[in-house]
Design a protein around this ligand. Sequence first.
Ligand SMILES: C[S@@+](CC[C@H](N)C(=O)[O-])C[C@H]1O[C@@H](n2cnc3c(N)ncnc32)[C@H](O)[C@@H]1O
Length: 242
Amino acid sequence: MDDFDERNREFVARMGGDEAVRRATREWFEATYRYEYSYHFTWLGRPVIQYPQDVLAVQEIVWRTRPELIVETGIARGGSLILSASLLELIGGDGRVVGIDIDIREHNRVEIERHPLAKRIEMIQGSSVDEGVFRRVARLAEGRRRVLVMLDSNHTHEHVRRELDLYSRLVGAGGYLIVFDTVVEEMPAEFSGARPWGPGDNPLTAVREFLRENDRFEVDREIDDKLLITAAPGGYLRCVRD
Ligand SMILES: C[S@@+](CC[C@H](N)C(=O)[O-])C[C@H]1O[C@@H](n2cnc3c(N)ncnc32)[C@H](O)[C@@H]1O
């Protein structure tokens, strides 16, 4: 690590521990959440439901870990699939992306399939926690040591916990498993509206339970401290042993 990296690390750690910065971030988050801030972006033409900071963090992880396969649960309009495919294209090699969604709308499928990066993408329609769906994904992961998993589908505790149990098996030491929308735990209950998740029942509660019972993963706090604005606080999990 050179002086520049060391200095950055020091500032990031101090910033992450700065209560005033944390408070301001949370206030900003709450003030913009009601305007559906994360819905307003596209990646290479497709709507991507992510915070720009998380997009940058995913790019850093892809560059650092060079995944041979990226597995994503929750496709929506496909922006995150295109993002993953574009990163794999840029780093070279023959890395592939597989996306799973319980409801792939026809117009979204058409747009994804005719995108210039479609050659790297496979889509599976079905529930991410369906055993048959998982077996199909596991077959695609066979022989690929470096797998990156991103969970962004149904955000209830029960669903994410099951996804964690299944998809964590695909990730080896040095790899990452990213759980989105852990931020729901920090947001006022009314922000979740009529959805079946909310404070107390969401991706973060699932991650906490998973980590209590699993010693292969730990939270990469440096990413949290650096991003501050993220839909996945405590959701960047690094695999520390096979
Ligand atoms: C937040 S969106 C995904 C956003 C996408 N990752 C992006 O960044 O643009 C959630 C998606 O999860 C899907 N979904 C809901 N329940 C699911 C399940 N049981 N299995 C797979 N996908 C599911 C929904 O159909 C929806 O398209």
